[in-house]
Design a protein around this ligand. Structure first.
Ligand code: VGL
Ligand code: ZN
Length: 177
């Protein structure tokens, strides 16, 4: 069985948000379009407390229960069976969706007999990459859908570097047709 896992498609990671991926808004239609092609659709959200240590490195973003942490209106969020909240502690970066504290993602996937994980969302260099590398370590056949993923690109080349790291680890980088 194969699952689409939508990483952190949240208002704060879109243009106009607190920590934007410059092309973040351009992936939403593609994510909506492909959702029906999977046995299961899941998502993660960055869900930080206002006093998180994480904000020593990053501008405050995705503070739990704020509009910045919400799904954008354009995302077909009704098709998401479950969302996994991460970065929920005040000492916790929570880059990987496997660090979610609301549910154990690995457990959930095993119970649903998911062997193949297709990742899309935000951001390539941080949460998509961390989730993909954890997925490989845990034995999932792992894909990143590049045309449904966007990076922060804090430094030019960062996104490319992240793709390279994922590729070396055995993640398959694909584009939808
Ligand atoms: C993320 C930076 C800080 C992400 C989250 O979702 O990729 N990046 N917090
Ligand atoms: Zn964060």
């Amino acid at each position: 069985m194969k699952a689409l896992f939508i990483v952190d498609v949240q208002n704060d990671f879109l243009p106009g948000g607190a920590l934007p991926a410059p092309r973040g808004n351009q992936i939403i239609n593609e994510i909506n379009r492909i959702m029906d092609q999977f046995d299961l659709v899941l998502a993660s959200r960055d869900w930080h407390p206002g006093d998180s240590k994480h904000f020593e490195r990053w501008p405050p973003h995705c503070v739990r229960n704020t509009l910045g942490a919400a799904y954008p209106d354009e995302l077909d969020a009704g098709k998401i069976e479950k969302d996994f909240l991460k970065g929920t502690g005040n000492m916790d970066d929570g880059y990987s969706a496997f660090e979610a504290t609301t549910d154990d993602l690995d457990d959930y996937l095993r119970k649903r007999n998911i062997k193949e994980l297709y990742l899309a969302g935000l951001t390539t260099e941080y949460c998509v990459k961390s989730t993909a590398l954890d997925a490989i370590r845990k034995g999932y056949k792992t894909y990143v859908i590049a045309n449904a993923t966007a990076g922060v690109e804090a430094q030019p080349g960062d996104e490319q570097k992240a793709y390279h790291e994922m590729d070396i680890a055995g993640v398959k980088i694909i584009n939808t047709l």
